[in-house]
Design a protein around this ligand. Structure first.
Ligand code: ADP
Ligand code: MG
Length: 256
């Protein structure tokens, strides 16, 4: 019996981590996600691009159940998304999310921001949580800011704290929704570098971004969305050098 369960875990450890099947979502009359089929393998880095309003943020938000879906299914690590309560808090820990607007707790220090969820959701003792928080703050290059409040940090520093906070929860997958769009230009690279390193370390990542340099160097796959649909998926090389759809060609001609 033990052997069987070990074998099963081996299969899970190499398989698909995030699976969306025929996902549909409406906002009133707007069909914002249309028959989305998307499978993300463990360790894969997928960059999602597409025009404003195409449904990229909504897609991310459905994956950690900040939005519900109308039909279809989403599984993380083989399990359907929970609806409420502790299960939902655990899902949100498993699926780390980094937003354009940082979303740190303004009245908590940087260290507290990165410690809280570990204690509340992951049930770590405070000392263990703080040690992990300090190690992660060091990893993203803001260890010296640990006792400060978010407003005392630059945007780039705040976003790196937000990444550390998500990582502290030991997520299975990280979602980034335009993590550098609100940053001053000189701070974009410090955040992208942290994300590059995370990708090299093998984290499964879904990244909505207009940073095509990041897409080219870090992504295993580019997913192009328009009008609530996945129009095209390809390797970055294929996508940027030879986009197949007119929508993608048009989009690339405007941004490159
Ligand atoms: P993207 O991130 O690609 O710019 P979004 O997922 O944010 O696109 O939005 C897709 C569409 O859904 C847009 O037309 C947007 O106005 C609409 N939308 C997003 N969130 C809501 C909401 N909570 N209620 C109504 N419409 C929404
Ligand atoms: Mg968006």
């Amino acid at each position: 019996m033990t052997e069987v369960s070990v074998a099963k875990e081996d299969v899970a450890a190499t398989g698909d981590l995030v699976v969306l099947k025929s996902v549909n979502k409406h906002f009133g009359a707007l069909h914002v996600l249309q028959d989305i089929d998307l499978t993300i393998a463990r360790g894969e880095v997928v960059v999602v691009i597409g025009p404003s309003g195409s449904g990229k943020s909504t897609l991310c938000r459905t994956i950690n159940r900040l939005e519900t879906i109308d039909s279809g299914s989403i599984t993380i690590d083989g399990k359907p998304l929970p609806h409420e309560g502790k299960e939902l808090a655990r899902l949100r820990a498993d699926v780390g999310m980094v937003f354009q607007s940082f979303n740190l707790f303004a009245h908590k220090t940087v260290l507290e921001n990165v410690t809280l969820g570990q204690v509340k959701v992951r049930k770590k003792d405070k000392k263990t949580a703080e040690e992990r928080a300090r190690a992660l703050l060091d990893r993203v290059g803001v260890a010296a800011q640990a006792e400060k409040y978010p407003a005392q940090l630059s945007g780039g520093q705040q976003q790196r704290v937000a990444i550390a906070r998500a990582l502290a929860m030991e997520p299975k997958v990280m979602l980034f929704d335009e993590p550098t769009s609100a940053l001053d230009p000189e701070m974009i690279n410090e955040v992208l570098e942290v994300m590059q390193q995370l990708a090299r370390d093998g984290m499964t990542m879904i990244v909505v971004t207009h940073e095509m340099g990041f897409a080219r160097s870090a992504a295993n796959r580019v997913v192009f969305m328009a009008d609530g649909r996945i129009v095209e998926q390809a390797t970055p090389d294929q996508f940027f050098s030879n986009p197949r759809s007119d929508r993608a060609k048009d989009f690339l001609s405007k941004i490159l």
